[in-house]
Design a protein around this ligand. Structure first.
Ligand code: ADP
Ligand code: ADP
Ligand code: ZN
Length: 217
């Protein structure tokens, strides 16, 4: 099963993708995580990515499309994938379609998580993740069971994203409205778009996604 999770920064895409991975034994493909890993190389491309991402702008389509094409070729994606953070522009959505056609793959659903702007700001302000395994947490909404210890891997170091600072967040929300929201009608026209109330608690959002997937997959 192949799924796209769409929604503004902080909507809960990563959180839900991590759960869907377990439930459906399919792999989460987060272009944001891939770019953050690529940045670490510290070479010329890494530095360019750093400055684009720190400002909350999108990296060029050609680059991200190539990255994604290579990623879905990996053996762990053979059973299906959850795209988290891709596509983010209409050209990316079109490129994805071409890739799927050439591999004879189909999308089960494109799931939009709808969340009010004020709530997004709260979520991003409290977001952090495990430095070792990347599991996502929130200061108030999604605390680890044992304070300071990652539920998944037991690590005790956590990180906050540079682009989760208020100035970059404002720009990321604008970029979402200007460049990513136009792909919603693109998927509506294909009969694939499903909207879920992303304001609900994490478990409720998961249940809503599972019940809609039961209908389409
Ligand atoms: P995205 O991947 O869409 O940017 P995340 O999954 O990283 O969003 O979620 C942003 C923050 O909000 C995280 O700290 C996460 O723990 C928290 N969060 C996610 N979903 C919910 C929810 N339904 N209710 C409250 N907090 C949530
Ligand atoms: P969030 O879910 O909070 O919006 P992501 O982790 O998905 O954040 O993305 C972080 C940053 O990585 C984006 O602001 C952008 O700079 C870059 N990025 C991630 N995915 C893409 C993409 N598909 N196209 C262009 N840039 C991307
Ligand atoms: Zn961990």
């Amino acid at each position: 099963m192949n799924i796209i999770l769409l929604g503004p920064p902080g909507a809960g895409k990563g959180t839900q993708a991590q759960r869907l991975e377990k439930t459906y034994k399919i792999v989460q493909i987060s272009t944001g995580d891939m770019l953050r890993a690529r940045k670490k190389a510290g070479d010329a491309l890494g530095q360019e990515l750093s400055s684009i991402m720190a400002a909350g702008n999108l990296v060029p389509d050609v680059l991200i499309i190539r990255m994604l094409a290579e990623r879905i070729e990996q053996p762990d994606a053979a059973n299906g994938f959850i795209l988290d953070g891709f596509p983010r522009t209409v050209p990316q959505a079109e490129a994805l379609d071409a890739m799927l056609v050439s591999k004879d793959l189909k999308l089960a659903a494109v799931i939009e998580l709808k969340v009010d702007e004020e709530e997004l700001v709260q979520r991003i302000a409290g977001r952090y993740s495990c430095a070792k395994c990347g599991s996502g947490y929130h200061d108030l909404y999604q605390k680890p069971e044992k304070t300071g210890v990652c539920d998944k891997c037991g690590a005790t170091e956590f990180i906050r994203r540079e682009d989760d600072k208020p100035e970059a967040v404002r720009n990321r929300l604008k970029v979402y409205h200007d460049q990513t929201a136009p792909i919603l009608p693109y998927y509506t026209a294909k009969g694939l778009l499903q909207t879920v109330d992303g304001m609900a608690p994490i478990d409720d959002v998961s249940h809503a996604i599972e019940s809609l997937l039961k209908k389409v997959a």
